[in-house]
Design a protein around this ligand. Structure first.
Ligand code: GLY
Length: 440
């Protein structure tokens, strides 16, 4: 079986690892990811959004199934081009990917189908109307561009602004500079709680959920600094999280199922990985975002634990047969930590050489997934994005965290990481936060 994966990051590296357990791997990436190169039978360095060109290459290689890692190529219709060329694709079409690429569409879908997981929200083109809404909510809002910004365009009270004036500066920037690609802004009531991610395999009807994960968006320890694509994440061996109980997990799966059913009622078949970003509030889980792909870093918390055959599940997605399948996972905790270029999120130091002693990382029991690095003349260089992730797996979160830390010591260069992710102190803060909210 020949499976093609599109994308060049750590999410795609872990997807490729899962593919190679039972199929031959062909890859398309815009920069040379050393981990993906090692796993690939053949790879092609090309623009990941050039659907026609990718489809031509895939047909020439006799690809049986294609998987698209990042949202960009989905938004650009790469899946549609591949399908038009007769290639099976276990990732969303451009239309289905709207659930991620248009936050307005996502919020309205939840509203139209009475899915009780929306905060109060409004979409505004007029700065005056936006201002009225911000005032109505006493400034306790999250301000989001409508289109794709790689998770980095969101501003929230009080971390990013603490007055109507501050909020309005951000609103005008988004509307006038078309951040995300549109002269519109989404304003949502700020939800109080703890964020978590629930990902699932989806064939348009059935879902096979994966263990929930908590990512850490903020750049600096103690959840300070700018928002990033995600600095690291953890999961728990029992398929829950330290602050998330079974009923809440089930509720989040139910919400994802309602979203997929809602899409289906609108004539849109959603197939591929679906990613629910939830805020666990005192009233239960609410939707923060729905993404049309595996999470990054969250894919690294779940795919290495998958006992079932990944490629078979992906065929189950395409053929609409997930109800006949199971997704089973090793009962282990995971901690994933990203190493990023110094200055990441503000003024990243790109083109700096880094050294990675892969054997030593492995000897520590850790796994390594390359992200946005470039291999040139046998050397590895940083880019402006996250460089690589180190994953620890163990019975408990604490032990997994220690393994990830030990593994990361064998990566050297002008890099930075958050040491607090997966540590007891930060996890207790999460538990206490939820306890306090539930008591209110
Ligand atoms: N971890 C954030 C994302 O994948 O969008």
């Amino acid at each position: 079986m020949k499976v093609m994966v599109i994308g060049h990051g750590a999410r795609e590296h872990v997807m490729c690892e899962a593919v190679t357990k039972s199929a031959e791997l062909y890859t398309v990436m815009k920069s040379l990811n050393p981990g993906i190169v090692q796993l690939s039978k053949e790879y092609s360095l090309m623009n990941e959004s050039e659907g026609k060109e990718i489809a031509r290459w895939a047909k020439s290689k006799g690809i049986d199934l294609a998987l698209i890692g990042p949202e960009g190529p989905e938004a650009d219709g790469v899946g549609d081009e591949l399908e038009a060329g007769g290639i099976k694709v276990a990732s969303p079409t451009q239309e289905a990917a709207k659930i991620e690429t248009s936050k307005e569409f996502m919020r309205e879908l939840l509203d139209h189908h009475n899915i009780n997981a929306n905060p109060k929200f409004g979409v505004f083109e007029s700065e005056n109307e936006a201002k009225r809404f911000v005032k109505e909510l006493n400034c306790r809002v999250a301000i989001k561009p409508i289109g794709l910004t790689g998770g980095k365009g969101v501003s929230v009270y009080p971390e990013h602004f603490d007055s109507v004036g501050g909020a309005m500066e951000r609103v005008s920037e988004i509307i006038n500079e078309k951040v995300g690609g549109y002269s519109k802004v989404l304003i949502e009531e700020k939800m109080e709680g703890e964020e978590f991610t629930l990902q699932a395999f989806c064939d348009g009807k059935s879902l096979l959920p994966t263990p929930p994960v908590q990512d850490h968006k903020r750049l600096l320890e103690g959840d300070c600094g700018v928002n990033t694509g995600g600095m690291g994440s953890y999961s728990q061996a029992d398929g829950l999280l330290p602050f998330l109980n079974r009923a809440e997990r089930e509720k989040s799966v139910e919400i994802l199922q309602q979203v997929v059913d809602g899409l289906s009622k609108e004539g849109i078949r959603y197939k591929g990985a679906i990613y629910g970003q939830f805020m666990l509030t005192a009233e239960g889980p609410k939707v923060t975002e729905i993404n049309a792909r595996w999470g990054d870093p969250e894919s690294m918390n779940v795919l290495p634990l998958l006992k079932s055959d990944f490629v078979e599940l992906c065929f189950g997605i395409v053929e609409g047969r997930l109800s006949q399948k199971k997704a089973e996972f090793e009962p282990m905790a995971t901690v994933c930590k990203y190493l990023v270029p110094q200055g990441y999120g503000i003024k990243p130091q790109a083109n700096e050489e880094i050294t990675v002693e892969e054997d030593k990382v492995k000897a520590e029991g850790a796994r390594l997934y390359y992200a946005a690095v470039n291999r040139k003349n046998g050397k590895i260089f940083t880019t402006s994005s996250r460089s690589l992730a180190v994953l620890g797996l163990a019975k408990g979160i604490e032990e997994a965290e220690e393994i990830a830390e030990r593994g990361s010591k064998w990566v050297k260069g002008k890099l930075f990481m958050r040491h607090d992710i997966g540590k007891r102190g930060l996890i207790e803060k999460r538990i206490n936060h939820m306890l306090a909210l539930r008591k209110k």
